[in-house]
Design a binder for this molecule. Structure first.
Ligand code: ADP
Length: 347
């Protein structure tokens, strides 16, 4: 009987244990031992599972022999974890009074995290939209009141309002882009494209912005065109965002260079690939920011990003597009030495 019980528990793909009417743990599978400790068999369940809600659920199930569900919150050393704990009474097993509670743990940490991310995202978007909106409302108020008969002030305020409205417009545009890219992330791009041409087109359309910032743009590419499979519009967006950032944040260096190389076997993607480096000689990025740079709304220099009209979504969009192409994005930077953003795209 004991062997049979152990075999049954071992076949359950979740941490699971049995508590009989003596209130001791009479059996546990290896997943439960990993979660709760190797020495739990034979122990009173309250000495192992210390959380009051879990104890209540097991006690209730032992008493009324009905199912009970609760949550078990823990930390696996790296992160907070959340488990759904199910207590189900099994008749006819266990030493005392024939019956035991099967306690199983379902890890729902990822669901909790997804929920938290959604809540954070909504809070961030609301906050980002509210700032320009509050400014707009303030200026409307002023134009109706104090500045009503002052043409010079009116012109100035309308200029600021236009700036705030375009900020909202850019934010909504980036949110829609991000949404589109995310919903297509599992669909592999199929078009054969000329990457050399894509980079030339990108630089061409950014030339006015670069000139305005006093930045020289350069492109180094191999002889002959580099072809890859990809989504032309999305890849243009990747390089536009990266070069725009290099001009915006690294423009003080006076130049931004694109370097395209191609190899038959790139270790980063373990296949034939093209690499595009976007290199600036600006102030660079403090290494503490690098791991989080592609998170939505993460800004290394908050003040500067807002001043320059950044939405904080540019690199998040880049990352998703690169992921869709099964590629890699690498960022290297040293403070004072500029930054290098490398996109590696399998061919
Ligand atoms: P933003 O809309 O703020 O530009 P991004 O997602 O495009 O958002 O970039 C995130 C942050 O990364 C920026 O706010 C900026 O602080 C930093 N950053 C990006 N590119 C560079 C660069 N070339 N040099 C320095 N900092 C950069």
């Amino acid at each position: 009987m004991d062997d049979l019980i152990s075999d049954f528990l071992a076949a359950i793909p979740l941490p699971a244990l049995l508590v009989d009417q003596s209130e001791r743990i009479i059996a546990a599978n290896s997943e439960a031992l990993t979660l709760l400790g190797q020495q739990i068999r034979g122990r009173h369940f309250a000495t192992i599972l210390r959380q009051p809600l879990v104890l209540d659920a097991i006690e209730a199930s032992l008493r009324d022999k009905r199912p009970h569900v609760t949550r078990h919150l823990s930390n696996d050393g790296a992160q907070d974890t959340t488990y759904d704990v199910n207590c189900r009474y099994v008749h006819g097993i266990g030493a005392v009074q024939g019956g035991a509670v099967l306690v199983s743990f379902q890890d729902i940490t990822h669901l909790e995290q997804a929920g938290q991310m959604r809540r954070d995202f909504v809070a961030n978007v609301s906050h980002e939209l509210r700032t320009p909106l509050t400014a707009l409302m303030g200026f409307i108020e002023t134009l109706r009141g104090a500045a009503r008969d002052d043409p010079a002030a009116r012109a100035r305020f309308l200029g600021i309002m236009e700036g705030e409205a375009s900020r909202m417009n850019r934010l909504v545009g980036d949110l829609l882009s991000l949404n589109r890219v995310e919903s297509e992330e599992r669909v592999r791009p199929k078009e054969q494209i000329n990457l050399t041409q894509t980079l030339e087109d990108t630089l061409h359309s950014l030339r006015p912005l670069a000139e305005e910032a006093g930045v020289e743009l350069g492109l180094t590419a191999p002889e002959g065109d580099v072809e890859i499979t990809g989504d032309p519009d999305q890849l243009r967006q990747v390089f536009t965002n990266l070069v725009e950032n290099a001009i915006k944040y690294g423009g003080s260096g006076g130049r931004v260079d694109l370097v395209l190389t191609s190899s038959e076997r790139d270790p980063a993607v373990r296949s034939a690939a093209a690499r595009v480096q976007v290199i600036d000689k600006g102030p660079g990025i403090d290494p503490v920011h690098l791991p989080r740079l592609t998170e939505r709304f993460y800004r290394a220099d908050n003040h500067r990003s807002r001043q320059l009209g950044g939405t904080g979504l540019g690199l998040a969009i880049v990352k998703h597009i690169v992921n869709r192409h099964r590629g890699r994005l690498r960022v290297e930077s040293e403070v004072g030495q500029g930054a290098v953003f490398t996109v590696i795209l399998p061919k």
